[in-house]
Every structure is written in C-alpha cells, then in structure tokens.
Design a protein around this ligand. Sequence first.
Ligand SMILES: [Mn+2]
Length: 336
Amino acid sequence: MTGGDDVTRFKQWRGGLCKTDRWCVLINADPDALASAMALKRILLNHAHSMEILRINEVTRPDNLAMIRDLRIPVKPWAPEKSAAFSHFAIVDSQPHHNGLFEGISFSLIVDHHSLPPEHAQPSEAFCCIRPEFGSTSTIMAHFLHSLRIRPTTRLATALLYGIRTDTATFERGGSDKDLRAWQWLFRFADLNLLRRIIRSEYLREWLPAFSQAFRSLKDCRGGGVYVSLHHVKSADLLVGIADFFTKVQDLRWVAVSGIVDKTVVVVFRGDGGRDIGRLADACFYDVGTAGGHRMMGRAEFPLAVVPVDVKPADFIFLRLQNRKLRHPRPRDQSA
Ligand SMILES: [Mn+2]
C-alpha cells in the first residue's frame, strides 16, 4: 500500500510521542476526513494524553450527519480560542493551505491524499504523508492501522469503508488496487447494516415537503432534460439531494434544480454524461454570476437582484435553459 518507508517513519514517529500531549486533529468534515480522524484517534490511544476531533465547517449533508450519529464520532466545532487547550495539532484529508482557518497553526502531523502544489513545501518539523496515488485518506489510515497490527472496531472499520466509498465514488472515480485492498481488509470488521443505513441517508425528513413542490414544478426542457424550481431554501444541499434523485429516473438526460439561498439564486445541474452539463450551466448563466462544472455535474449561482422585479426567478431560469443556444459560451478554461 504506502511504501514501506512511510510505515517505518510513521512507527518511529509514533514511538517518539509523549503521553502527556494533548492533541487536536482539525478537519474539514466529510466522510473521508471524519473516518481518518477517528483512525488517528485510535492510533494515538496510549500514546497521548488525549485526542480531540474538531471541525472547521458546518455539517449539513444527511449522510454525514447520519455517519456522525450512528458511528458516534466525537467531533466538535473548532474555534481559534480553543487552541490554548492543545499542545499538538494534526490535520487529515486536507493541507494547511487549503483553508484560511488552518493558517497560523503549526501542525505536527499531516496525512492527506490531495496533491501537494510545489509552492507549498512540506513543513519540515511535521510528520507529513501526502500520497495523491491513494483514492482516499481513509486508505492511508487503514494501511497504518494494518501495519501497526491494530484491529479496527466495528465503528471505525465502517467509517473507513464509507470514507473510501465516498472519495472513490464506489471505485468509479479511479480507486486503485491500494483502495481495493484496504476495502477488503476493512470489510471483515465492519457492520454492513450500519454502512447501508448511512449510505441510504440521502434526504432529511424536513426536505420532504420540498420534494412534493419539486414534483409539481417539473417542466420538460428541450434535449431530454427537466427543470425543477423551488423557492427559498435553507441550504443548497437540498437542491443537490433533489437533483441527484432525478438522475435515477430512466431516460431523463439532465436536470436543473433551482432555489434561493438567502439572496442568491442557486441552480444545481446533473446529467447522464451524454452532454457536458458544466458547459450547459456555463452557457445559460455565465453573464449573470458564476457558472460551470464538469461533464456530469454543474452549478450556477447569481444574485437574486439580477432577476427583473416583474419576472419570477423560475421563469427567468427556464427561459435561459430553453434559449441557451442563443448565447456564446465562454471558453472552457474560464468557467467556474
Ligand atoms: Mn479525501
């Protein structure tokens, strides 16, 4: 999995830890980060005084909420004034330059699978393991557990499986043999009913009224697509949830779901890959806000103020979806 080098270095690093240290692992909470933080907490057991998991973001996605609840992950919100309580900081599934909230903190451990841009040199004091050839940080952590002969608990194994599954899109997004081997090893220890329950937590109960509104608002668009319009919504996660739902309807080539979050209009696009949906998003809305994406997913956001007062936002969007060929899309590399 990782080179033997990483494992040797990691064992040495762990052996040199001080049992009185109070650790904090900072994460941008998503399934991979949550699982990796849990694994690190297990690895530091008996090698530190304590290890707390703190997140810099709000968790709103239903599957992430289910994961935290069902796997009892002790994650708390981060605030800079909490830093005095810790002697050491770790970061998993992110790098210090990824978010302004990580700035100014000196990290003693970094484990990540995103690539390291050359302008961000590896900090010399830290134990640093950045392996872009891995599909997830959960894979790296599983490898560390395996090499340290630590048998994961049911909950930890289940969390790591969900981390791998999410970041590799169930191996559709180029998971490697390393990810597959970690998957096979974890599989033995995991609770598959629990995993299924988390996977299936796609919608919040409070979203259901919005679903009935979505079905009523459905309009056909040319090119085998549909447009769904919602009014004000609390979070764009709901739009993503509804858009993902419609990708499961047979013969529906693409869907655009719009809603208003505060004073911003958000349009979430999903497609079957037959056409470049990011380009479609760009062609429809490039002149009013940010718009773009890739082949199967796209998104546009623009201020509500852009919509003329005597026009309904839904009509404004629908007209643009239907007349998209009249506009001249920007070159691909400039889209958001
Ligand atoms: Mn990740």
